[in-house]
Design a protein around this ligand. Structure first.
Ligand SMILES: [Ca+2]
Ligand SMILES: [Ca+2]
Ligand SMILES: [Ca+2]
Length: 227
């Protein structure tokens, strides 16, 4: 018998309980072996990529966490669900269409083995490395194809290499700077730490990553009273 490497799931519901930010999934591989029931996998990272045409994944984000690997073994069906927002962030501006930002599944490597099913239930699945789809990935009754993301550092919103002169990245940050979740300027992709506000912490990370970018002025306003 093959030895499974990783966290083998034998519970019916597999989730990361509050506070999810205290759990680091980056180095954890999860294996769903066949059981007599179909387990549910709770997703726990905001679907920032849904508002991101560049398809990037920020490797230095403390909240957009991915599993190292997710494997659905032959004979098993796994269903994604989002029953707990962590934390709930809302977006009403041009960067996102809906009110509450959905959550998504992020993995480095995804393997849906032959004879297995991953049901995404309307949620998005993003991967950065290898994708094995000998099995079936469904969204409801329709086939679903996960989206490949390019790992990069926070601030490189549009996938192109930033060398300190990418005006699009700076403009996207500036447009969202000093905004709050629910506000029209709020942009979930710009909220580096997913704390529902785009403030000096996000700005500091941007400057740390891209010191030559020439970023914004200090926010002159009280965050709650931003124009
Ligand atoms: Ca969730
Ligand atoms: Ca860029
Ligand atoms: Ca923030």
């Amino acid at each position: 018998m093959e030895t499974q490497k990783g966290l083998v799931v034998t519970s019916e519901v597999f989730t990361i309980s509050d506070p999810p930010l205290a759990f680091d999934s980056e180095g954890v591989s999860v294996v769903f072996t066949p059981t007599t029931y179909a387990p549910i996998l709770e997703v726990f990272a905001p679907d920032c990529a849904g508002s991101n045409p560049g398809n990037v994944l920020f490797t230095d984000s403390p909240c957009v966490r991915r599993w190292q690997a997710l494997t659905v073994d032959s004979g098993q069906t796994v269903t994604l669900e989002n029953n707990y927002a962590s934390p709930p962030i809302t977006c009403t501006g041009t960067s996102c269409a809906g009110a509450e930002v959905p959550e998504a599944l992020y993995v480095s490597k995804l393997d849906v083995a032959s004879g297995s099913v991953l049901q995404v239930s309307g949620l998005n699945v993003y991967y950065t490395g290898k994708l094995g789809t000998e099995g079936t990935i469904l969204d409801g009754s329709s086939p679903y194809t996960p989206t490949k993301l390019t790992p990069t550092l926070y601030g490189n919103f549009n996938e192109t290499i930033m060398v300190g002169t990418d005006g699009a990245d700076v403009a996207r940050f500036n447009d969202a700077y000093c905004s709050l979740s629910g506000g029209t300027d709020y942009d979930p992709l710009v909220d580096w730490n997913c704390d529902t506000k785009i403030d000096a912490e996000d700005r500091d990370q941007f400057i740390l990553n891209w010191p030559a970018a020439g970023i914004v002025d200090e926010c002159p306003c009280i965050l709650n009273n931003c124009p």
